[in-house]
Write a protein that binds this ligand. Structure first.
Ligand code: SAM
Ligand code: SF4
Length: 427
């Protein structure tokens, strides 16, 4: 979501006549986009701003802050960062050019108003970083109020974008060569839950019919809103990739209740079983928090048991971080930091061996890859993703770039796959 916000701002600024430079020292304007989901990101942001203050002193650089920390602190951000020139909340980033213009005139600019989803500007794809893949925001905000999460306080209430505008945007992207779209939202599967517009599975069907689009993904889904109609889409819609990100957060019913997640461990298992029944090859990834207040050894054991049983393709795992305004911030039964770190390490070791084993199971298979870039490992290799969202590096030719190719998987590692014998897919 944050990456997409940055892509949108970058696109708007370039269309407004600015140029991007790689080095902060060379820049006349520096914009820092922020996240406050966990405390560590917030600490990093404030220390970064300390360093940028010295750059500003030397060069008179204009400094702007966007995103969640700006929204959370609003004008209070000036108490800690009195030297910034502008700040915008995540709902206001379409005003980035206005903010820059005012700052150049020496007028401070601040906007934290909450706007609905239909104020989102379309991207001018010429300035989008990957020509072949695009993110399309379909909804904003969240109504779930998981007790640990600050998102509803900084991104506001849930609001879905009109389906007609989404389809129009994706048709435009397809015409310009986009082959893969990822639909974005905090909780995409509750899309249009309070409106008469079409449902999320209906939206997927319409996108599946757009010529030129070859792959559809979406992120993030909430297990409680994963309906049978959506699960069916994985077997009926040919362009919907065999991959889902379905955060479970904890394997303990006691902790899930304290987190206000709205499902039980068994209900989560049932959704996974239904997904695998409809789509046996589906790759399943998730998020999990360890060390939530009240988590004892048994609860943690339940979480490990769940990941060993389900065999996720990958999991983003975090130590719980208390956040201002959230329900969990007032819970008293705190897990000591050392113990939470110890659990996190154990969790990550268990999951790493599952992920590696899953990637090794791919060895010997021929699979489709959408080629996106030169590999980060070697300038002589190309990199792309399988439909199951796994990174594949392989030796190929330049004409394969931005195309669908088939490769043999010859090696599975912890974070990627190695491919060989690539052939461009036709038709
Ligand atoms: N909307 C998505 C969902 O419901 O899964 C994800 C939102 S959040 C930005 C991404 C992940 O950060 C969450 O799934 C959760 O695992 C983690 N997270 C959120 N708040 C956290 C906190 N206070 N401490 C640690 N991890 C947190
Ligand atoms: Fe946060 Fe929960 Fe909403 Fe995800 S569903 S954004 S974790 S409140």
């Amino acid at each position: 979501m944050n990456d997409h916000d940055m892509e949108r701002m970058r696109s708007l600024l370039i269309n407004g006549g600015l140029t991007c430079v790689q080095d902060v020292q060379e820049a006349d304007i520096v914009i820092v986009n922020t996240c406050c989901v966990r405390e560590k990101a917030e600490q990093k942001f404030y220390s970064r701003m300390g360093r940028l203050r010295s750059v500003k002193r030397k060069k008179g650089t204009i400094l702007g802050v966007t995103g969640c920390i700006a929204q959370l602190e609003k004008k209070g951000i000036l108490n800690r960062l009195p030297f910034i020139d502008f700040a915008l909340g995540p709902s206001n980033i379409e005003k980035i050019n206005k903010a820059v213009e005012e700052a150049i005139k020496g007028v401070p600019f601040f906007d934290f108003a909450e706007n609905g989803c239909d104020t989102l500007p379309f991207l001018k794809p010429a300035n989008v970083q990957s020509p072949v893949r695009a993110y399309v925001t379909i909804m904003k905000g969240c109504d779930n109020f998981c007790s640990y999460c600050v998102v509803p306080y900084v991104r506001g209430r849930e609001s879905s974008r009109e389906s007609g505008k989404i389809i129009e945007e994706i048709k435009g992207l397809a015409k310009r060569g986009t082959k893969e779209v990822t639909l974005l939202g905090q909780n995409v599967n509750s899309y249009n839950k309070n409106s008469n517009d079409i449902s999320f599975p209906e939206l997927l069907k319409k996108i599946n019919d757009i010529d030129g689009i070859e792959r559809i993904r979406f992120v993030t889904s909430h297990p409680k809103d994963l309906s049978p109609a959506l699960i069916d889409c994985f077997s009926t819609l040919g362009k919907l990739c065999e991959s889902i990100h379905l955060p479970f957060q904890s394997g303990s019913d006691k902790i899930l209740k304290l987190m206000n997640r709205g499902y039980t461990r068994i209900e989560y298992y049932e959704k996974i079983t239904a997904l695998r029944k409809q789509c046996p090859d589906i790759a399943i990834t998730a998020d999990c928090i360890v060390g939530f207040p009240g988590e004892d050894d048994r609860d943690f054991h339940d979480t490990i048991d769940l990941i060993e049983n389900i065999q996720f393709d990958n999991i983003f795992s975090f130590a719980y971080s208390p956040r201002k305004f959230t329900g969990a911030a007032t819970l008293l039964d705190i897990v000591p930091k050392d113990l939470a770190q110890e659990r996190l390490l154990h969790f990550q070791q268990v999951q790493k061996s599952i992920t590696t084993a899953k990637n090794r199971q791919m060895e010997g298979k021929r699979t489709e890859v959408l080629v996106e870039d030169i590999s980060k490992n070697s300038a002589e290799e190309l990199a792309g993703r399988t439909r199951t969202n796994k990174i594949v590096n392989f030796k190929g030719t330049k004409d394969m770039m931005n195309n669908l190719v088939e490769v043999d998987i010859i090696k599975g590692y912890a974070n990627s796959l190695k491919g060989a014998n690539p052939k461009v897919k036709r038709g």
